[in-house]
Design a protein around this ligand. Structure first.
Ligand code: KIV
Length: 295
């Protein structure tokens, strides 16, 4: 295990305590296998609504539903034991009113077992953040670039470049921090602004395309391992090329099937010879595969 060692699940208090002491390491996960790996190395796992684009091939996150978030959120929580798991509230489930937001968030918390929810928005969402926080639902804020507002914002550009833009982001940050957000994601925002917000706010900031000075960093896991397709945000960095490894594994499998070298005898169920009295032989099945797939 790397990083913070913890016998129990990291909670939002632990994350708050990391501000000023050590960086919060965070990544996204949407599935149990990915979450299992991340759990050993991260402090916080976000089940982001980016899953709409990464897993479901959507153009934006706007079409993601609460059912999707619940299903993927539950898979990630089941597969983890130490990282703090936060689940995104998707577009349309929280903007209408604090009460609607509470119903959506309560369902996500109850059906996934996650430790909190994330929602996008600043000044206009402060009342909702307060409503949820005061009723036992920890809220991770999200300001700067807010992908759910892509249709209104007209794109995914860098935020806070003008004086007016910077003023708005500053107001957004303090509004949701004052309303009780336990931490705030700052996305695709001018570095100096993200850095000064980190100094000014009492709650941790988690940067994505923001600043190395933020209290933590988050990226979409598929982007850092080469599984995110051709598009790569400028702020992400590839730490592995799993897309290439996957391509060659699948290509080798296809070739082996076509030339009939797979399956080989050790992959087949071969009944014992008559009168041998031995149990049927099932070769090359690992205990893990037996347990997981009932082989
Ligand atoms: O949906 C998402 O994955 C996110 C993060 C990348 C911050 O909001």
């Amino acid at each position: 295990m790397s990083g913070y060692s913890s016998e129990r699940r990291i909670n939002i208090r632990d994350l708050a305590g990391m501000k000023g002491s050590r960086p919060i390491v965070s990544l996204t996960a949407y599935s149990a296998p990915m979450a299992r790996t991340l759990d050993r190395h991260t402090d916080m796992i976000l089940v982001g609504d980016s899953l709409g684009m990464v897993v479901y091939g959507m153009e934006t996150t706007v079409g993601v539903t609460l059912d999707m978030m619940v299903a993927h959120g539950a898979a990630v929580v089941r597969a983890t034991s130490r990282a703090c798991v936060i689940v995104d509230l998707p577009f349309g489930t929280y903007q209408e009113s604090p009460e609607a937001a509470f119903r959506a968030a309560a369902r996500v918390m109850a059906e996934t077992g996650c430790s909190g929810v994330k929602l996008e928005g600043g000044v206009e969402m402060a009342e909702t953040v307060r409503f949820l926080s005061q009723r036992g639902i920890p809220v991770l804020g999200h300001i700067g670039l807010m992908p759910q507002s892509v249709n209104a914002a007209g794109g995914f550009g860098v935020q806070g470049k003008t004086d007016d833009g910077a003023r708005r982001i500053r107001a957004d940050a303090s509004a949701i921090a004052d309303a009780g957000a336990f931490a705030i994601v700052i996305e695709n925002t001018v570095e100096a602004l993200a850095s000064s917000l980190t100094q000014e706010l009492k709650v941790p900031t988690i940067g994505i395309g923001a600043s190395p000075a933020c209290d933590g960093q988050i990226l979409v896991t598929e982007d850092i391992v080469g599984l995110g397709g051709d598009f790569m945000p400028r702020f992400a960095k590839r730490f592995a090329e799993l897309g290439t490894a996957l391509d060659s594994a699948v290509s080798e499998y296809a070739e082996a099937v076509r030339e009939r070298s797979f399956p080989a005898a050790e992959h087949c169920f071969i009944p014992p010879a008559k009168g041998a009295g031995a149990k049927p032989r099932l070769a090359a099945v690992s205990p893990q595969a037996k347990g997981q797939r009932g082989a």
